[in-house]
Design a protein around this ligand. Structure first.
Ligand SMILES: [Zn+2]
Length: 74
């Protein structure tokens, strides 16, 4: 079962929820019960390094969501 990470915009706490794709998303922060929570895409990256891919000669193979500075491939 995949783990989904969320960040609360109210208290800035991070929390993870184990759920299946079909389960509903959590609606409130477990710390402060705020509804202002955002999904954090930390575990599941859908695309690799764009910079490395476009260069053609190197592909860092690290999913950095296009932020190549974070993976050091650029
Ligand atoms: Zn909160």
């Amino acid at each position: 079962m995949p783990t989904y990470d969320y960040r609360c915009k109210n208290c800035d706490s991070l929390f993870s929820v184990d759920k299946s794709m079909n389960d509903p998303n959590p609606k409130t922060c477990p710390s402060c019960s705020s509804i202002k929570i955002n999904r954090v895409w930390s575990n599941i990256q859908l695309k690799g390094c764009e910079k490395g891919s476009s260069s053609g000669d190197k592909n860092c193979g690290v999913s950095c969501s296009g932020n190549c500075g974070s993976c050091g491939c650029g």
